[in-house]
Design a protein around this ligand. Structure first.
Ligand code: GUN
Length: 333
């Protein structure tokens, strides 16, 4: 087959967005407003520690102030609520991110609802979920809802790659609060015709075969096979699955020397929710790694600057009134 699928390079797009965010942070800082992000990491989940460290590091690179709070695994919901109330009240903190998942004894929903909506850079607060639901288009324009970072990153990939969404059939696999549901909403806001499939959907392939844009966010390595995709479709792979079984790696990447070498070195490799053989049929696709994953942190940085501008941007010439403004905003939350 002569067809060559276009690779949508998430690392490059994330670098563009980060450069724009750094410039906005610089302009704000020159006006006396340093955007600030607080990241809360409970306990010692290895994957969460890696993500959080990466978030804090990116803040430093872009000129965003950041702070990491690390309550112990045993922390009670009430203590977490106090911690969040303290961050809500601090004028120099524009964004609050509580890394998920939390220990089972902590009431995650109550915590997320305790975050001041104007500081909710994850976009998980019901107020922001509702705002996204009633938005005319996806949340990058000023005054829009703070939108969840991974779906917002997907929309940026499509937009910056010049891939039209309006009128297309977008099929989303997965209905999580973090990715699937908000991705479906944002695609709908961008005038796609949207189908959401999930674990109870009968005959998923029937829908995926008709997808012009397929977003896979189910956390099952190689779930979407070549037979399940329409040739020429745009494939967006949100899955990041670590595969440690050599036979499985050989099955996903037959004849791929580079993967085999990487696997031999590390004992594992990353596979998305879409089978690599399906990518060959695509018009365009996001690889794993190097696709959507890179966008999540870039969009978190974007949201932090957006929150700083929304909370403090308008009252910048008078620092005192800026503080008063933000305290009243917090009071309403
Ligand atoms: N854990 C996995 N993804 C996310 C995310 O986007 N935000 C938070 N807070 N936790 C996560």
């Amino acid at each position: 087959m002569n067809h060559t699928a276009r690779v949508l390079n998430g690392v490059e797009i994330a670098a563009q967005i980060k450069a724009e965010v750094a410039e906005e942070a610089r302009v704000l800082t020159a006006r006396g407003i340093v955007p600030g992000l607080a990241v809360v990491l409970v306990g010692h989940v290895a994957a969460s520690e890696i993500y959080v460290r990466s978030k804090v590091k990116t803040c430093a690179e872009l000129g965003i102030y950041s702070e990491m709070l690390t309550p112990p695994e045993s922390v009670a919901t009430e203590e977490m609520l106090e911690l969040i109330a303290g961050l809500n009240a601090r004028p120099e903190i524009d964004g609050i991110l509580v890394q998920l998942p939390l220990p089972a004894h902590v009431d995650t929903r109550r915590l997320l609802e305790a975050i001041a909506p104007e500081k909710d850079v994850d976009g998980f607060h019901p107020i922001n979920v509702g705002r996204l639901q009633s938005a005319a288009s996806h949340g990058v324009q000023a005054g829009a809802a703070l939108a969840p970072c991974t779906p917002a990153g997907i929309m940026e990939v499509l937009k910056r790659s010049g891939l039209p969404v309006a009128g297309k059939h977008a099929v989303v696999l997965g209905r999580s609060e973090i990715v699937g549901k908000p991705a479906a909403m944002m695609l709908l806001n961008a005038s796609a015709t949207v189908t959401v499939c999930h674990s109870k959907t009968v005959d998923i392939a029937r829908y995926t075969r008709d997808a012009d844009i397929l977003v896979a966010a189910i956390g099952r390595p190689g779930f979407v096979t070549a037979e399940m995709v329409k040739p020429g479709a745009t494939l967006i792979d949100v899955g990041i699955n670590r595969v440690t079984d050599a036979a499985e790696v050989a099955r996903f990447f037959p004849g791929d020397q580079a993967r085999a070498a990487q696997f031999a070195l590390r004992g594992s490799t990353l596979v998305g929710d879409i089978h690599p053989a399906a990518f060959a049929l695509a018009g365009a696709y996001t690889p794993v790694p190097g696709g959507v994953g890179a966008l999540t942190i870039a969009m978190l940085m974007h949201n932090t600057v957006l929150a700083a501008k929304a909370r403090r941007g308008g009252a910048a010439r008078n620092a005192q009134s800026a503080d008063a403004h933000c305290e009243s905003a917090v009071g309403k939350a």
